[in-house]
Write a protein that binds this ligand. Structure first.
Ligand SMILES: [Zn+2]
Length: 169
């Protein structure tokens, strides 16, 4: 690939290592012309099938912007949003599927968001799950209250999506 500094059309790999989670390879490259170094990351292509049937590459940025909307007015930092985006992407990649639906992506967001901020979670879930009535919404809140923190979901609603690791507060 082109050197990002001088546009030289070639580069040499000086180091290559698989990331700890095994989902990507980072390559350290050096430009033979200007000698500057840069890093490339190689990951398996992850596609999302939208409700319309259109397929597009998974976008962590889109996940974060969707969650950011649900977090309006909540004490959630950009750092926390970025971390959530990373966890969602890792969880989705860990499923080993090359193609996912927007539904899969939504489900993968629910767990980490619930840990991050309960109000934002309920906002997101109310749109995502399209609660039909206030009673449905209250039932969801009640379900959350009786579930001890850290317990696995067990609702059967997230097949193939691993439970996120509980972050220590
Ligand atoms: Zn160069």
């Amino acid at each position: 690939m082109h050197c990002p500094f001088c546009r030289h059309p070639d580069s040499r790999v000086v180091d290559s290592r698989t990331t700890d989670d095994g989902t990507s390879i980072r390559r350290r490259r050096q430009c033979p012309d200007c000698s500057r170094r840069f890093t490339t990351v190689e990951t398996a292509s992850l596609m999302v099938i939208k409700r319309s049937g259109v397929t597009e590459p998974f976008s962590r940025t889109k996940v974060i912007s969707g969650v950011r909307k649900a977090c309006q007015g909540r004490p959630v930092t950009e750092d926390a949003l970025a971390q959530l985006g990373q966890r969602v992407e890792e969880a989705l990649r860990a499923t080993g599927s090359a193609e996912l639906t927007t539904h899969d992506v939504g489900l993968a967001i629910l767990g980490p968001l619930q840990e991050l901020d309960l109000v934002a979670y309920l906002r997101f879930a109310s749109v995502y799950r399209a609660f039909d009535s206030p009673e449905d919404f209250e039932a969801a809140v009640a379900e959350l209250r009786k579930r001890p923190p850290g317990e696995k979901g067990g609702s059967g609603a997230t097949p193939g999506v691993p439970e996120p690791v509980t972050a220590a507060d």
